[in-house]
Each structure stands twice: as structure tokens, then as C-alpha cells.
Design a protein around this ligand. Structure first.
Ligand SMILES: Cc1ncc(COP(=O)(O)O)c(C=O)c1O
Length: 293
């Protein structure tokens, strides 16, 4: 196909787009009485027309059933996350038991770093892409500070823990070969590689498979912030052997502001009972989740 910079070409492409019908499933905000062309789905996805029906159903069940809704709502709330398991696994290319829908993205990153950022005196560095979303940088910095001192013993200097990848001079995006080289160069001191699968600002899609393989070769673990990837690009987290990932659902999944995020933990780790973790009842074996069971 030869790209043409013309309205006629754009309209022809729209006509041929198999997915174009999906536009009709969303509400578009009107600006000065005119329906807008919406290019902000990377920040907040549009509201699907069905949302109001689904929300009203839950409100009605809550109104009519109170606490009984946990077990007897049309979609009982107690196992609610289980309804989302298979579709979430398909979205990120995971096995169903490797994913869960819970918390916000940043909260999930912190929980995951509790388990997967285990720095010591020698290996404590985190590699991430140039210009990550601010929240990620705050999370990385605060995790490094949190771990730097252990029982009064200074394990490492937290100001030296973060390695921000740099694109080549005059370039805006990273070359995969350069990322792999940086990983190799820091192999002895690297604890974690944590990159946005798609960078929020440049839109660069990273080669997650190659980055994961290089980080593992260097003896480090690998996670991805998939805020701009989940629902946007094809993902194969399990096959790529990624260790962990987290994402939000209010951008390309159109779940609405403040909607619950998601997390992936490779089943190599989820079956490891010795993995350090911050526990709660939902992460427990469902058969022994409650003391009375
Ligand atoms: C790449 C990226 N990471 C993290 C966040 C923070 O997400 P949350 O506020 O849901 O924790 C955002 C929010 O836009 C983001 O774009």
C-alpha cells in the first residue's frame, strides 16, 4: 500500500477498516455542540455505550441485596476478579492463573517490586527508558531508597541505583541494540529492567522479547509497565518469559477514570511459595482464604 496524505485516502482507509464499526460503540464528547474527533485515548478512553447498563445492574443488585450480593448478585462480587481472568489473559498473552485485575497501576508496581526488586550490595540497579511516566520514576526512586538501608547497614547508594537509557544524540527513540548493550554492560550490578512496553510520550513499542532475554542473561529480572500497551498492541508475556507486568484499564481498555488495573506474574514465580510478598486474603489460596473455611 502506498500512503497518501489526503482526505480521500484517509476516508478510503476508514471504509476498509474492519474495526471501524466499533466507533459506534462509544460516546464521543461534544465540544461547542459538535461531536469531537477524540485523540486522547492514551490518557482516558471513551465511555462505551454499554457501561451505564452494566454499572446500573451492579447498583441495583447492591440496592436490592446488600451484603448478599457478594454471593447472589447477577455477577456475584466475591469472585468478580475471576470473571475477568480469561479475557485479561488473552489481552496480555498470559496463562489465566498468571493475571489478576486489582489496584491501581502504581500500587501494583510497588507490590510487584516488593517481590521482584530484591537488591543487595552488588546487584541493585534498575534500568528504565528515557522519560518514563513520572509515577514510575517516583516508584523506582522510592523503592531504591526503601531498600538502600537494611537494619542500619547501608547496602548501596540509592542515588546511583537508577540507570536511565539514553537514545542516540539527535534521536528520540531507543535502538534495541543499544538497550541490549546497556543491559550487558551493567550485567554485574543489575537487579531489574523495568520499561514501559510502549513509552507514554514517544509511543515507542519496545522489543519486550529481546529485552527480557538480555536481562535474564545478565542475571536480572524484567518487568513492564503496560499502561500504553495493554489493549493497544499484541502481547505475549508468557512466551516472552517476562517476569512481571502491570497496567491500567482506563486508557485503551475504556474502563473509566479510577478503574481497577491489572498485574501479571509469570507462573515460574507464582508457584514459588518462598517468593517474598506482601500478603492479603485475595492472594491466598481460596480454600483457606477465610478463617472459618
Ligand atoms: C506509563 C504510565 N505509568 C504509570 C501511570 C500511572 O498510573 P496510575 O495513576 O493508574 O497508577 C500512567 C498514567 O497515565 C502511565 O501513563
Amino acid at each position: 500500500m502506498v500512503f497518501e496524505n489526503s482526505q480521500a485516502f484517509a476516508e478510503e482507509m476508514d471504509r476498509k477498516d474492519e474495526l471501524s464499526e466499533f466507533r459506534n460503540h462509544f460516546h464521543f464528547p461534544a465540544i461547542s455542540g459538535k461531536e469531537s474527533i477524540y485523540l486522547c485515548g492514551n490518557s482516558l478512553g471513551l465511555q462505551p455505550k454499554k457501561t451505564i447498563e452494566f454499572i446500573n445492574q451492579e447498583l441495583e443488585d447492591w440496592k436490592n441485596l446488600g451484603v448478599e450480593g457478594h454471593m447472589h448478585a447477577r455477577h456475584p462480587w466475591f469472585p468478580y476478579h475471576e470473571f475477568l481472568r480469561d479475557s485479561t489473559a488473552r489481552l496480555v498473552g498470559a496463562l489465566p492463573h498468571e493475571v489478576v485485575v486489582m489496584n491501581s497501576l502504581t500500587a501494583n508496581l510497588h507490590f510487584l517490586m516488593v517481590s521482584f526488586y530484591r537488591p543487595n550490595k552488588k546487584r541493585y540497579k534498575i534500568i528504565f527508558e528515557k522519560g518514563p511516566f513520572s509515577s514510575d520514576r517516583y516508584a523506582f526512586e522510592s523503592q531504591a531508597k526503601f531498600h538502600a538501608n537494611h537494619g542500619g547497614d547501608q547496602l548501596f547508594d540509592p542515588s546511583k541505583a537508577l540507570i536511565e537509557l539514553e537514545p542516540r544524540e539527535g534521536e528520540l527513540t531507543h535502538r534495541t541494540a543499544d538497550i541490549l548493550k546497556t543491559i550487558e554492560q551493567h550485567a554485574d550490578e543489575l537487579a531489574l529492567v523495568l520499561i514501559g512496553g510502549v513509552n507514554y510520550y514517544t509511543g515507542q513499542l519496545f522489543d519486550m522479547k529481546a529485552i527480557t532475554a538480555a536481562a535474564h542473561k545478565a542475571g536480572a529480572l524484567v518487568g513492564f509497565d503496560l499502561a500504553h500497551a495493554t489493549g493497544n498492541v499484541a502481547l505475549q508475556l508468557h512466551d516472552w518469559d517476562v517476569d512481571f507486568a502491570a497496567w491500567c484499564s482506563y486508557k485503551y481498555l475504556n474502563a473509566g477514570p479510577g478503574a481497577v488495573g491489572g498485574a501479571f506474574v509469570n507462573d515460574r514465580h507464582s508457584s514459588n511459595a518462598n517468593l517474598p510478598r506482601f500478603a492479603g486474603w485475595w492472594g491466598n489460596d481460596p480454600d483457606t482464604r477465610l478463617p472459618c473455611q
